[in-house]
Design a protein around this ligand. Structure first.
Ligand SMILES: [Zn+2]
Length: 321
């Protein structure tokens, strides 16, 4: 059996918007140590990889040159301090490498899965990406790593149709916007509503050739595991009836956990094990199991670490934590 990959670029942990910021450096350290402590279970099933940096060219397939130049210059300007590129969205001198490392990790992960080296993979990316649109950053995000990976898969002929499942508690407005008119990429989002960034109504379904290739499922604050899993299963079934992907990407945010300071859902680490199992089952039916999940939000580090480990275990076919 081919192993599951666990990808982490060390620079992703160095992006430093400050300890008072929800996306502080402790998130990735706690996640990595939670996964590391589970070595006895994961051994032989999960292999860890350090990824190369993404090329700027790969990122420019998704983002405008002006936006990428502005992000790079803000990182240079910040030095050991911080520069604000959007409200509550800060970069530091280390952030440019964190961004390229995270996109690079996703590209390496999808290449290894598409090439049959790995059965599937989890990428511990940071800063998150799904609020970043073509020309601007938002909500802690400056580059949309999952969108970069989807474009890379299609541009290089490794896939023709990519499904993105976004289970972060927030709507991924950036991912939706990037692929809104694109029938090659299906975007599914389940998210809390009302909540930042305010997009993701059921009426947002795509436009032009992309009409019918976006599905939004808003859910109220307080949604617990049972209701969420029902909605999740039904949504996946609806997408599967309309779209036949040859690769599945997951924007895996963990801010739907009950402990999360920003989200109002009541999900447990075990809920993410069940969700991963459902997506994995669909990917196995549709595209020989080709599936890569990448970290987005999740701002209670301990709970996020356990839920990410639950995802990793489910990807590897192991029991929940
Ligand atoms: Zn989020």
């Amino acid at each position: 059996m081919r192993p599951t990959g666990f990808f982490l670029h060390p620079a992703a942990a160095l992006h430093d918007p400050g300890w008072g910021h929800p996306d502080h450096q402790g998130r990735l350290r706690t996640l990595a140590s939670t996964v590391g402590k589970d070595l006895l279970t994961l051994h032989g099933q999960v292999e860890q990889y350090e990824a190369p940096l993404a090329s700027v060219e790969a990122i420019l397939q998704v983002h405008s040159p002006d936006h990428i130049t502005a992000v790079r210059q803000a990182c240079e300007r910040a030095g050991v301090g911080q520069a604000e590129v959007a409200p509550e969205t800060f970069v530091t001198g280390a952030s440019w490498e964190a961004v390229l490392g995270s996109s690079g990790a996703l590209i390496e992960a999808v290449d290894k899965v598409a090439g049959g080296v790995l059965r599937n993979a989890f990428v511990a990316s940071r800063p998150p990406g799904h609020h970043a649109s073509r020309a601007r950053g938002l909500g802690f995000c400056v580059v949309n790593h999952v969108a970069v990976a989807a474009r890379h898969l299609i541009r290089t002929g490794r896939a023709e149709r990519v499904a993105i499942v976004d289970w972060d508690v927030h709507h991924g407005n950036g991912t939706q916007e990037i692929f809104y008119t694109d029938p090659e990429v299906f975007y599914l989002s389940l998210h809390q509503s009302p909540l930042f960034p305010g997009t993701g109504a059921t009426t947002e379904v795509g436009k032009g050739a992309g009409k019918g290739f976006t599905l939004n499922v808003p859910l109220p604050s307080g949604t617990g595991p049972e209701r969420y899993l029902r909605a999740f299963r039904e949504s996946l079934e609806e997408v599967a009836a309309r779209f036949d992907p040859d690769f599945v990407l997951v924007s895996a945010g963990y801010d739907g956990l009950a402990e999360d300071p920003l989200g109002g859902f009541q999900l447990r680490p075990a809920t993410y094990h069940a969700m991963t199992g459902m997506v994995r089952g669909w990917a196995e039916e549709a595209c020989d199991g080709r599936l890569v999940a990448a970290l987005e939000g999740g701002y209670d580090p301990s709970a996020t670490g356990l839920a990410a480990l639950s995802t990793l275990r489910a990807l590897a076919g192991l029991a929940r934590v």
